[in-house]
Every structure is written in structure tokens, then in C-alpha cells.
Design a protein around this ligand. Structure first.
Ligand code: PA5
Length: 479
């Protein structure tokens, strides 16, 4: 089975105290955590009442890729994946701009997919060079007046009579349906859309694809607007675990990406997770090393060090996944994504010489998708690059990677490696599923429920009370 690789040679040094034997001692606990995660998935699938101490239990994401693929094989047209593909192709044909509204788990996966797999200048390319796929904009993930006003400017310039393939539409994503940032952006954009459609309810409804839970305000609003297709986020699949539900799949299909490959990758990771021995299981090894380094190696900060530019949004998606899942009860490691070589010039100093509180996990793609660019010979050799004329950008990135890890090794800075052979839908699907599984395994290992985010609810409650004049709280004056 083709599987991404995890290695931790850069952690196994005398200074850190971790070695094969110590990692092996963790195996019984890791195996128990895996059993618990798989039992959670079975419990969820059986639909039997969830015991109090397990609530909330959003284990529906685990088997989701396999379920979606099986349903698709049985009935290509009527399965959820088939319907997603058909609607995505229709949207791509009809519209040139998609405004995707959502926050947290309701947009970070789609953004990660967009940045990792679409052309880096997708929105700037001609429609033909975008394979007739729309441009994408992400909003509803903040309440920044000038940003949203800027987007309205952009959309407005094509009104009032845009030609068919210059029109825009909205994909609005919220599982609860009540998230204020997304709801407010939706209302404001809906007003602009309604103006542009001359108030025609059928035309307005055609230009909105809601993705939401089975009930809630967005669900009700979608019904009232008469949106012809509403994709449902399945029960038991929480926001940050929903990238392989319609939340990520519909945007990906609209971008023209192969969502079957995304699901195949995730399904391959599920097989590996279920069947590989703990000693060779990349999910369990990743958890074991990260956990040991936090607990015994005093490294509560986990740097995900991505190499090249295209995995930054994947890293931010993972930051959210880990922080919201395990940052509870005054515990949980602190994740931080960096992008190299860019951030070697901003954070490299600290990682080399600063506090010894970090585990650095390199996220590396082995092979570029495009033909390697070489430095080449120039008659102006003032930059002294002719000596490197035959080197390519991948050669230089590899040298930076090796040089950085050598520098860390020389001063005993712990590094691990997560290696993707290529950056495509299959490998990205594996990576998403691996990191989601690792997060819930670690939660079970350290006895923190990885599902739910009770802490986030507090700011939402307060913000709503302040806005509705129901709060008497005043910020403390300085001093
Ligand atoms: O992981 C989560 O559950 C959160 O990050 C949510 O995705 C985020 O708060 C948005 O919630 P909703 O989809 O209900 O608007």
C-alpha cells in the first residue's frame, strides 16, 4: 500500500532521551488509543446512545471517505459524491467567481486544497487556462469592513449585466448555521446579489449553494430562499474534521480537482491506520514522538515546518485542528506552521538558538509537479551564480533542507520528517486523514476529548450579548 512516511531520526539523540526502546515502551498505550478511536467510529456507526463521558463524539469523519466511495461505486449519479460533482460542474460552467463564506473548519480545508492543488496564480489566469473553472475568494472568516467592501467593489464592477461566464455566486458553509461572521457576510453579499438579480427569487436561489447541518438558521434561510441544492454536513462530523465532507469536497470539485483521488488517499490512510503495526504505523509513530517530546522532552511547541510555498494553508488547517481539539483543560501542545525557506529569515534564528521548547516536524514533498527550473549561465556573473548554473530550484530547496537540519542536529534541536512523495489529490487526502486520526489518537492517549470546542463558545456568547445590549461588562481600565 502506498503510504506517506514519517521518520524521527533527528529526535532520537542522547540529549532528548528518546530512543527506539523508549518509543517501543509507548506502544501499549498507543495501541490502546487506536483501539479506542476505532471503537468510537464503530459506536458512531452503530448509532447507539453515546455514554455521557464520551460526549461530544464526532467520530463520523473516520469512516466517511470509505462510506462516500462505497456509495459512489453503488450509484454514481445519486450518491452524495455524484451530486457534488454534478453541481460543481454546473457551477463551473455558469459562474466565473465563487465567493466561499465560512470560518474555522468551515473554510480552512477548502483553502488548504486551493493553495496546495490549484495553479498558484489560479485567479489571475484566463478562464481557458483555468480549465473553465471559476476564481475563488474566501470571506465570512472575519468581520473586516474594508476587506469585505473591497470584495463588493470587485463583484460590482461586473454588474449590472455580466455575460454568463462573468457572473458570481456564493457557497456559504456553516455547520451550526449560526456563526455570526459567516452569517453577516452572507447577508451583505446576498443584498448585492439580490440587487444584481433585480430581486428575482429564482435567479437569486440558483446563485447560492449552502452547505450546512440538518437544522439551524442557515438551513432555515436556505429553505426560505428556495436554494435548489443544499449539501448536508453529516451528523457526527465536526467542523475541523469536515474537509472530506461536502465542506471541502464541493469546493474542490468546483475547482476541477479529482475528489475521488482525495477520498482514495484518505481511505488508504484508514487502511494503514487500522492494520499497520504500531512500530510502522505512521499515525501512531507521529503521535508517539510528538507526545513523548511534549511530556518528557519539554517541547510543548510543535512547529510544522513546510518546505516550499504550497502547504502553508494545510499547515494553518492543522494548527486549527490541533489547537481546537487538544487545547483544553489547560493542556495541549501549541502548534505553529512555518514556511521555509521564507521563515528561515524570520524565525530561523529562534529555532536554532532560542528556548529549547520546540519539536520541529518537516513537511516535505519529494517531487515537484513542474519541470525543474535551473539557475543557468549568465554573462553577468556579478552574483557569482554561474558556479551553480546546472542547479535547479528543487536542488536548492533540498540543500536548504539538508543544511537546516544539519544545523539543528549539530546543536541538538529535535526534528522529525513527514514525507509526501508528491503534492496531488491522493497524497493530500492521505495527509488530511493522517493528521485528523493523529489528533484524535493523541486526545484519547492524554484523556482529552478531541471533539467539541467549549472554549470558543464563550467569546461567541459575549459578542452576541454585547451586540444585543444584553451585557453590562466593561473592559478593565489600564492600571
Ligand atoms: O472545528 C470547528 O468546529 C470550528 O472551527 C467550526 O468549524 C467553526 O467555529 C465554524 O462553525 P460553523 O461551521 O458552525 O459556522
Amino acid at each position: 500500500m502506498k503510504c506517506l512516511r514519517f521518520g524521527a531520526r533527528g529526535v532520537m539523540t542522547d540529549r532528548h532521551g528518546l530512543n527506539e526502546k523508549r518509543l517501543a515502551e509507548l506502544v501499549p498505550e498507543l495501541a490502546a488509543a487506536r483501539r479506542e478511536v476505532l471503537a468510537d467510529a464503530d459506536q458512531w456507526a452503530a448509532g447507539t446512545p453515546v455514554p455521557e463521558e464520551k460526549r461530544p463524539l464526532d467520530a463520523g469523519f473516520i469512516d466517511l471517505p470509505d462510506r462516500l466511495l462505497t456509495d459512489f461505486q453503488k450509484d454514481k449519479e445519486n450518491s452524495q459524491v455524484g451530486q457534488i460533482m454534478a453541481k460543481a460542474d454546473w457551477v463551473a460552467q455558469e459562474f466565473d467567481r465563487v465567493v466561499l463564506l465560512g470560518i474555522g473548519g468551515s473554510y480552512m480545508g477548502a483553502r488548504a486544497i486551493f493553495e496546495a492543488l490549484c495553479h498558484p496564480y489560479h485567479n489571475e489566469l484566463s478562464r481557458a487556462r483555468r480549465n473553465n473553472r471559476p476564481r475563488f475568494y474566501f470571506e465570512g472568516n472575519n468581520v473586516d469592513n474594508d476587506s469585505l467592501a473591497g470584495l463588493l467593489d470587485l463583484l460590482e464592477q461586473e454588474a449590472p449585466q455580466p455575460s454568463a461566464n462573468r457572473r458570481w455566486m456564493i457557497v456559504v458553509i456553516s455547520k451550526s448555521g449560526g456563526t455570526l461572521e459567516t452569517a453577516v457576510a452572507f447577508r451583505i453579499l446576498l443584498r448585492q446579489l439580490a440587487n444584481e438579480c433585480g430581486g428575482d427569487p429564482a435567479e437569486i436561489a440558483q446563485r447560492i449553494v449552502p452547505i450546512t447541518g440538518p437544522d439551524g438558521r442557515l438551513h432555515n434561510l436556505s429553505e426560505a430562499l428556495g436554494c435548489p441544492d443544499v449539501f448536508r454536513i453529516p451528523d457526527g462530523v465536526g467542523g475541523r474534521f469536515s474537509v472530506l465532507a461536502p465542506v471541502g469536497l464541493f469546493p474542490a470539485a468546483t475547482m476541477g480537482l479529482d475528489i475521488i483521488q482525495l477520498l482514495d488517499g484518505a481511505s488508504a490512510m484508514n487502511r494503514h491506520f487500522r492494520t499497520a503495526d504500531p512500530e510502522t504505523n505512521c499515525v501512531l509513530q507521529f503521535v508517539g514522538v510528538s507526545h513523548w517530546m511534549e511530556k518528557e522532552g519539554h517541547c510543548p511547541i510543535r512547529i510544522l515546518s513546510t518546505w516550499g510555498k504550497r502547504l502553508e494553508a494545510v499547515g494553518l488547517w492543522y494548527d486549527q485542528l490541533l489547537a481546537e481539539s487538544l487545547g483544553k483543560e489547560e493542556r495541549g501542545a501549541t502548534p505553529l506552521t512555518i514556511v521555509n525557506t521564507r521563515d528561515l529569515h524570520s524565525r530561523g534564528q529562534q529555532h536554532q538558538d532560542g528556548r529549547r521548547d520546540k519539536l520541529i516536524t518537516n513537511l516535505v514533498v519529494e517531487e515537484s509537479n513542474r519541470k525543474p527550473l535551473s539557475v543557468g549561465v549568465s554573462e553577468h556573473d556579478q552574483d557569482a551564480l554561474n558556479a551553480l548554473a546546472d542547479k535547479t530550484l528543487p536542488d536548492i530547496l533540498n540543500a536548504a533542507f539538508a543544511g537546516t537540519n544539519q544545523a539543528y542536529w549539530d546543536v541538538d534541536r529535535p526534528t522529525a520528517d513527514l514525507i509526501l512523495p508528491k503534492l496531488d489529490a491522493f497524497w493530500l487526502g492521505q495527509l488530511f486523514q493522517m493528521l485528523m486520526l493523529a489528533t484524535v489518537v493523541e486526545g484519547r492517549l492524554i484523556k482529552i476529548n478531541p471533539y467539541g470546542q467549549p472554549g470558543v463558545e464563550m467569546y461567541k456568547r459575549n459578542m452576541n450579548a454585547i451586540l444585543r445590549g444584553e451585557s453590562s461588562w466593561q473592559p478593565k481600565s489600564p492600571g
